[in-house]
Design a protein around this ligand. Structure first.
Ligand code: UD1
Ligand code: CA
Length: 505
């Protein structure tokens, strides 16, 4: 027998009652993949066509599987969840191969080689049923495998006698059954008198009683842990994560506090890289060689080039960072940011949907949204792009070698051309031509000795306030506008470009 005469049935219709959540347990994420996709991906790798039984949250589970683009999957709806035996019975019209491989949907640690072994054993022994078992210290929650007088059966925990509960050989929930036997016997299943469900596992006793060959393979528990509760989910997640951490350690990655790190299944990390405490590497994240990802940083669906340092507490999402770049601490990059090589992005910098050329620098307190920055651009501290007018988003373009002074407000759409300078504190509303200096701010005026006058006035006001609370009174010195105030305000006002030019800028 080869895989080619096997069809798989994945049971994914159950209500997940023991999870106590509204969402089906099969939709919970474990290291970047939903639970139901784990057994499905194993079958995909083996090239075995499969039927998935849907029921509780059928649409959501189906959609989840479809987004993974797995070929050769068909679906059957089990309208009422009357047990695993009933779920399999619902799929009868899809039994198009000689052997039917049935597996629970809640087996995220299952591996390809266990299924290969199961198929091989089933073929070698020409068995009617072959299923996986495991010896566990605490068998609570599992069906117990009972072998007595040459007969074998599986008793569900709810149906076990107190003595049977001590049996620590459990049914793993993965069975290979000859189609002929299934066709003759599936309709003979009877509802459990305890739970009212039709148990698939009762087929084992039926086959054994009729002297059919029933084989078992004992496998490591950690590969067949079922997930019925959130606590069990936590358990398998720990195992999955440590598998990835061990894999990357073997490939030359140093983890600062390995047990605190989260890594998803599709993550890649280059040799010589350092992953700090509490780092999350999520989705399709790819970290290059000799990188350092600082403590508590979160990288999701992002690429980091070689020799790049992401300092602690940075959050990077859907972005692409080049080589020899420094990011953070406390930086946030999101929604399609592309950064060239040799770039420095400092603390409290947020960048959204922006492209940044090589050798650019923005080292402090900046927001860049919907911007395009050329090479060797410098962005001063506190500068922001005003990309949103409440209705539309606009682009800011800063060309090669431009120098944006500190605390600039760049009101998009606007372009600062090659080699231009903008003065600190400017509000840039108009395009700045190449190699020009833009000053968009009030000119400073120093009123010699004026501070003392102000102080005297404020002191007088305080005395007056203490005696008279009527701050609107014309007698209140604060309400008397002096000639100097008028002049001060006038000279401090924003001037036109011509006025500045007259003053020699
Ligand atoms: C099942 C086995 C038990 C075994 C354990 C291994 C039965 C009766 N019991 O118990 O012997 O030790 O798995 O993990 O099979 N499902 C449906 N339709 C239903 C009911 C369930 O599709 O009407 C699906 C569930 O979504 C799940 C799978 O079948 O993916 C198994 O159901 P679950 O309730 O988890 O069975 P267990 O009690 O764990
Ligand atoms: Ca289960």
């Amino acid at each position: 027998m080869t895989r080619s005469n096997t069809r798989a049935i994945v049971l994914a219709a159950g209500r997940s009652t023991r999870f106590k959540t509204k969402k089906s347990k099969l939709l919970f994420n474990i290291c970047g993949r939903t639970m139901v996709l784990y057994p499905i991906k194993v079958l995909e790798e083996l090239g075995i066509p499969m039927t998935v039984v849907l029921g509780y949250q059928a649409e959501e589970v189906k959609q989840d599987i479809e987004t993974a683009n797995v070929p050769n999957v068909s679906y059957i709806i089990q309208e009422e969840q009357l047990g695993t035996g009933h779920a399999v019975a619902c799929t009868q019209k899809t039994w198009d191969r000689d052997n039917i491989l049935i597996m629970n949907g809640d087996l995220p640690l299952l591996t390809k080689d266990l299924i290969e072994k199961l198929i091989q054993e089933h073929q070698d022994k020409d068995a009617t049923i072959t299923f996986l078992t495991s010896l566990v210290i605490d068998p609570a929650g599992y069906g117990r495998v009972i072998q007595e007088d040459g007969k074998i059966s599986i008793i569900e925990e709810k149906d076990c006698t107190p003595e049977q509960r001590f049996i620590n050989c459990i049914n793993a929930g993965i069975y290979l059954i000859k189609r002929d036997f299934l066709e003759k016997n599936i309709s003979k299943l009877k509802r459990s008198t305890v739970s009212g469900e039709l148990y698939l596992v009762d087929l084992v006793k039926m086959a054994s009683d009729e002297n059919h060959r029933v084989e078992t393979i004992s496998v490591p528990y950690d590969n067949v842990r079922g997930v019925n509760t959130l606590q069990e989910l936590w358990g398998v997640e720990q195992i999955k994560r440590s598998e990835f951490i061990k894999l990357w350690m073997a490939n030359g990655v140093r983890f600062e506090l390995a047990q605190s790190i989260h890594i998803d299944i599709d993550v890649q990390i280059g040799a010589g890289s350092f992953i700090g405490t509490g780092v999350h590497l999520i989705g399709n994240t790819n970290v290059g060689e000799e990188c350092s990802i600082g403590a508590f940083s979160i990288l999701s669906n992002s690429v980091v080039g070689d020799n790049t340092t992401v300092h602690s507490h940075s959050v990077i999402q859907d972005s692409h960072i080049g080589s020899n770049v420094s990011v953070g601490p406390f930086a946030r990059l999101r929604d399609n940011v592309t950064i060239g090589n040799d770039v420095e992005i400092g603390n409290f910098v947020e960048i959204k949907n922006t492209q940044i050329g090589d050798h650019a620098r923005m080292k402090h307190l900046t927001y860049l949204g919907d911007a395009k920055l050329g090479k060797s651009v410098n962005v001063g501290a506190g500068t922001i792009t005003c990309n949103y007018n409440g209705v539309e988003k606009h682009t800011t373009i800063i060309e090669d070698n431009a120098f944006i002074g500190s605390n600039n407000t760049l009101i998009a759409p606007v372009t600062v051309s090659t080699g231009a300078y903008t003065a600190g504190g400017s509000i840039i509303t108009e395009d700045v031509p190449a190699d020009s200096l833009a000053i968009g701010r009030a000119k400073q005026v120093n009123k010699i000795g004026y501070a003392k006058k102000l102080r005297d006035r404020f002191e007088k006001k305080t005395n007056n306030d203490n005696n008279n609370n009527d701050t609107c009174s014309p007698k209140n010195p604060e309400n008397i506008i002096t000639q100097e105030d008028v002049e001060f305000n006038f000279r401090g006002a924003v001037k036109s470009n011509d006025e500045y030019r007259e003053e020699g800028f």
